[in-house]
Design a protein around this ligand. Structure first.
Ligand code: C5P
Length: 232
């Protein structure tokens, strides 16, 4: 898998999701299934989307004791997802356990990436709510280091951090980056946004794009535009 555009299918039910995906009659886009859709429809939604031929990033952001995460990852691995994730804040031991759970008897496994700090967390909330007093960019890089040393494949981060992550942890350590908007589009509730072309220039491996595609008048054209800007 190389550089690609992942569509965030932030729909609340299977019907809306399939109506959206039915529009893509050519190439089957990489799809992100988040908590809303997964908790609404259960694991069958993953099987159905895989059966339709889409690669799947299952964005459930696991964070629990290592044994629970290990056993849950084994279940997700059985769903044949392509990428899944967890919170680096769950500690190195939890990440190592997750990898063990994810690895199938034949040695294959989905890619596993870590959320460092959510972009909804800022310096003030980190200090006040979490009692973490280091500068947030250092915290993000520390979590990325920890994910790399635990053997994970990459992190979710801002495209603005992708270059630093690659410099520090290698070109092969994946950066999966949301916060993407077209130069002429609405920013919505995303604060720090980047165009697909800029994300490419900054070194993102995968961009996660939701509303600029799902809310477009012509979602297929918006997807093709993203792919052209990001990969060509
Ligand atoms: O609609 P939009 O393009 O903003 O969607 C971005 C997607 O990426 C959403 O599914 C959102 O939950 C997710 N995401 C994000 N920022 C993060 C982590 C995930 O926007 N830091």
């Amino acid at each position: 898998m190389g550089r690609d555009v992942i569509i965030a299918c932030d729909f609340s039910n299977a019907g809306e999701t399939f109506a959206f995906l039915d529009r893509f009659t050519g190439r089957k886009p990489f799809v992100k299934i988040g908590m809303e859709l997964y908790y609404a429809e259960g694991p069958q939604i993953v099987r159905d989307i895989k059966r339709r031929g889409h690669p799947v990033f299952l964005d459930l952001k696991l964070h629990d004791i290592p044994n629970t995460v290990k056993k849950t990852m084994a279940v997700l691995s059985g769903l044949d997802v392509d990428i899944c994730n967890l919170h680096a804040a769950g500690t190195r031991r939890m990440m190592t356990a997750a990898l063990e759970g994810l690895t199938r008897p034949d040695g294959t496994r989905p890619l596993l990436i870590a959320v460092t700090q959510l972009t909804s967390t800022d310096q003030a909330s980190m200090e006040e709510d979490l009692m973490i007093h280091a500068p947030i960019d250092q915290v993000v890089m520390h979590y990325a280091d920890m994910a790399r040393s635990a053997g994970l494949d990459g992190v979710v981060c801002s495209p603005l951090e992708a270059g630093q992550v690659h410099q520090r942890l290698g070109a092969g350590f994946l950066t999966v980056t949301p916060g993407i908007r077209f130069a002429d589009g609405d920013t919505g509730d995303q604060k720090r946004v980047t165009t697909p072309a800029k994300a490419r220039a900054l070194g993102s491996d995968y961009i996660v794009v939701g509303r600029p595609i799902t809310a477009a008048a012509d979602p297929v054209a918006a997807y093709e535009r993203c792919v052209a800007e990001f990969t060509d």
